[in-house]
Ligand binder design. Structure first.
Ligand SMILES: [Zn+2]
Ligand SMILES: [Zn+2]
Length: 385
């Protein structure tokens, strides 16, 4: 009978009957034996610090299968989206959380730690990397992604790994979702980014009939645009890249605006000179934020979605913010309610998110994946084992 083990699982000596122990607690005497059973060579791309002042590097390393503690789940990665934030981490520009590479990962449950309930080896899953505690002052006041625990939890050693560990608390708090049979791993890798967009759209209150400018036509901007269009909003999208603008036009976005010249004027023209009801800035560029501030209508909302590059500040008149009653609403991350919603939307196939995937690279070509994603000729890049 098929025991459900993949060739990779066999290579690293994974077997459902073997429980991973924490070497620290098991003791030195039997640890060599456990080491033999539990470790093997598995590929991971991890971030390594460099000399001061130099960018960190992504290194493909051979590592050991992570030890599983109470409640942990080991997942065999099948697809992991490369996010703009991964590239920021590699450039040393990322400011939001700890620098683990790869958080848009999906795969198959390969092993269960002690006392895991509700999952089985072989289950196809989406594991959320950050999960709030649900009990602290931030969580109780609805700021779930501001929970101190949220950014502390993560996949280990990260999503760009043949196998990675999902911490027990993420499993316990509902961070791991079962994938429906018809949903491909590559599409499922879009659940996390789509969930973040859903939360941003909620927070800025965009709704049917609104004029919305999405500033930034990268993968996150395009995911916003697709969601907003499906909600019945009038979508305009801007970028400095002609390649991205023509990509947006190919997906039917007529109002794809060149951010180097025409954004404010075009938005005014399309909105009877009022300005956009909502602007979603899906770019870390301060220029995009300023352009958003100038393009939003009086009483409108500018949502900061892209993570601003380190050290940047907003050069915009505070009196104009006040006199024009502009709301600035940042949106960071997603909650479990958002990932559940995103899973449903992605699985429904109603929105063609798949069309955003333009590049696929295996782990050992990770550097090429990064080069392609930063080079401007790719939309969403997916890394495969
Ligand atoms: Zn991301
Ligand atoms: Zn909390």
């Amino acid at each position: 009978m098929d025991d459900g083990l993949s060739p990779r699982q066999e290579r690293i000596g994974i077997h459902p009957a073997i429980v991973f122990f924490d070497l620290d607690t098991v003791g030195a005497l039997i640890s060599p034996w456990i080491r033999q059973l539990s470790c093997g060579q598995l590929k991971s791309v991890v971030l390594r610090a460099n000399a001061r002042g130099r960018r960190p590097r992504a290194l493909l390393v051979d590592g050991e299968a992570p030890m599983l503690h109470d409640g942990d789940v080991l997942v065999e990665m099948r697809a992991c989206g490369l996010c703009g934030t991964d590239i920021e981490k590699l450039k040393g520009e990322y400011t939001a959380a700890m620098p683990v590479l790869g958080h848009e990962a999906v795969g198959v449950v390969a092993r269960l730690g002690p006392r895991v309930k509700g999952f089985h080896v072989g289950d196809r899953v989406f594991p959320h990397h950050h999960v709030p505690c649900g009990r602290c002052g931030y969580c109780l006041r609805g700021s779930l992604t501001m929970c101190d625990d949220y950014r502390k939890s993560n996949l280990s050693p990260g999503g760009f790994s043949e196998f990675f560990k999902v911490p027990g608390r993420n499993v316990l708090k509902g961070g791991v979702l079962a994938l429906p049979p018809g949903l491909s791993f590559q599409e499922a890798a879009l659940i996390e980014p789509v969930a973040c967009c859903l939360r941003a759209i909620d927070r800025c209150g965009a709704k049917r009939g609104d004029s919305v400018l999405v500033a930034g036509a990268g993968p996150a901007g395009m995911a916003h645009a697709l969601l907003l269009r499906s909600m019945g909003a009038k979508v305009m999208i801007s970028d400095v890249s002609e390649w991205r603008l023509s990509f947006a036009r190919r997906l039917g976005f007529r109002h794809a605006l060149d951010a180097k010249s025409e954004v404010e004027e075009s938005v005014m023209r399309e909105t009877e000179e009022r300005g956009a009801d909502v602007v979603i800035v899906a770019s870390g560029s301060p220029n995009a934020v300023v352009q958003g501030m100038r393009s939003v209508r009086k009483g409108g909302t500018v949502c900061l979605f892209g993570i601003p590059v380190e050290g940047s500040s907003l050069e915009y008149s505070l009196s104009a913010v006040y006199n024009r009653e502009v709301s600035i609403i940042p949106s960071y991350g997603a909650t479990e309610a958002d990932t559940r919603r995103a899973l449903k939307i992605v699985a429904s196939g109603r929105i063609n998110f798949r069309s955003l995937i333009t590049g696929r690279y295996t782990l050992d070509r990770f550097d090429q994946a990064v080069e392609a994603a930063s080079g401007g000729g790719q939309m969403k890049v997916i890394v495969l084992p």
